[in-house]
Design a protein around this ligand. Structure first.
Ligand code: PGA
Length: 260
């Protein structure tokens, strides 16, 4: 049984001061996370303060939203794996569609970032997903396959075991129009099939595949009723501690019941 993982993607939100207030409130609202994992990804500037606020209370995992693939050097404005590790990060998002869309992160870069994360003991969450045009023209499968195979090139068995995949249809992100489980479950199955080809059946069986795109406290139970969906990457609904806590509580309380 895979442990469910609920991750808040803060994006470019919250100062360090606001992050600390958020964590304290979240700790009040969500004092027990028995049976699931909950991760938060403050901006780089709030990682240190957030880590300080996390020393007591439930074991929320600290993650970052991006990293550079080099360890150090002349890369103005970038942040490396060793820097994130030193701040207590345990995981890092790689290849989020906003990185791909606005900052030019192509598959070769996501691959270098995945490899860099693994090299430094950070668990990558590799984000994949098709645009609306790609879905409408029947290209969802090939796009996901390309993003996965390219993003995970050169990742060995132990590396793959440390990876989480987030399936985030680009058209569902930040739009308030979540995909339906009927749309996402076949993609999750396809992702698991490809991971099986890359790393064998046991790795595929153990790998967590999250859904992301307009997840809310209201719709999370629908997604988690499918055994193919191992959690969620949450943007908008993670910024309010009450909303994020409610969402995580639904994840704690719900069991997969549906087969599509
Ligand atoms: P959203 O963002 O929940 O606001 O759609 C999800 C994400 O971008 O990871």
């Amino acid at each position: 049984m895979r442990t469910r993982f609920i991750v808040g993607n803060w994006k470019m939100n919250k100062t360090a001061t606001e992050a600390v207030a958020f964590v304290h409130r979240l700790q009040q609202e969500l004092s027990d996370i028995e049976g699931i994992q909950v991760g938060i990804t403050p901006p780089f500037t709030a990682l240190q303060a957030t880590r300080g606020a996390l020393v007591s209370g439930p074991a929320f995992l600290l993650g970052a939203q991006n990293l550079h693939w080099e360890d150090k050097g002349a890369f103005t404005g970038e942040v490396s794996g060793p820097m994130l590790k030193d701040l207590g990060c345990e995981f890092v998002l790689v290849g989020h569609s906003e990185r791909r869309q606005y900052f030019g992160d192509q598959d070769t870069w996501t691959n270098r970032k995945v490899l860099a994360a693994l090299r430094h003991g950070l668990k990558p969450i590799l984000c994949v997903g098709e645009t609306l045009q790609e879905r409408d023209t029947g290209h969802t499968g090939p796009v996901i396959e390309r993003q996965l195979r390219a993003g995970l090139a050169g990742v060995d068995g132990p590396g793959l075991a440390a990876v989480t995949i987030a399936y985030e249809p680009v058209w569902a992100i930040g739009t308030g129009r979540a995909a339906t489980p009927q749309q996402t479950v076949p993609v999750h199955r396809e992702i698991r099939r490809i991971i099986g080809e890359l790393g064998g059946p046991a790795t595929a069986q153990g790998l967590r595949i999250l859904y992301g795109g307009s997840v809310t406290p209201q719709n999370i139970a629908d997604f988690l009723s499918f055994e193919e969906i191992d959690g969620a990457l949450v943007g908008g609904a993670c910024l309010d501690p009450l909303s994020f806590a409610t969402l995580a509580k639904v994840a704690i309380g719900s069991k997969p019941t549906t087969t599509s």
